[in-house]
Design a protein around this ligand. Structure first.
Ligand code: 4NP
Length: 159
């Protein structure tokens, strides 16, 4: 595997789930001293929130768990992402379908669900946008767990 390994987290709006994954996984990478070997980014399949900071509810839930989302800004997935990123990880099955439609035939990376790296029974990170605070808590728990699994997987790739 070439280094650095590049990981892109994708959800719909890039203001709730994927920025949460971005910040949590990036902190793990930095804590483990692997920030030069693994690069992290996030994007949305939709364009409604381009340039915006993450949802305040996502920022608050992340802050309670020791993560800072406030510097991130939403962007939309772009064609070049498929040549730049080795792992494109979708938060839910609809995001994955939307990404599959965009994937060029020459893409050689891994496109899949982020929660495939989780120990949870759940395979999708539920969209918390229209729900309450507890939805954002669940997003955090699912993402922390999947981040540990993804980290173990990528460490193995680097070893
Ligand atoms: P995200 O959540 O995909 O986790 O960022 C959403 C954010 C915004 C919308 C939907 C989901 N929206 O419809 O604007």
């Amino acid at each position: 595997m070439k280094e650095p390994i590049r990981v892109l987290f994708v959800c719909l709006g890039n203001i709730c789930r994927s920025p949460t994954a971005h910040a949590i996984f990036e902190k793990k990478i930095i804590d483990e001293g692997l920030q030069h070997k693994i690069i992290v980014d996030s994007a949305g399949t939709g364009d409604w929130h381009i340039g915006r900071a993450p949802d305040p509810r996502a920022c608050e839930a992340a802050f309670q768990h020791g993560y800072d989302l406030t510097q991130l800004r939403a962007r939309q997935v772009k064609p070049e992402d498929f040549s730049e990123f080795d792992y494109v990880l979708a938060m839910d099955k609809q995001n994955l379908l939307d990404l599959k439609v965009m994937t060029p035939p020459q893409f050689v990376g891994h496109l899949g669900l982020f929660l495939d790296y989780s120990r949870s029974e759940k395979k999708e990170v539920p969209d918390p946008y229209t729900g309450g605070k507890e939805g954002f808590e669940e997003v955090l728990d699912l993402i922390e767990d999947a981040s540990n699994g993804l980290f173990e997987h990528l460490s193995g790739q680097l070893a």
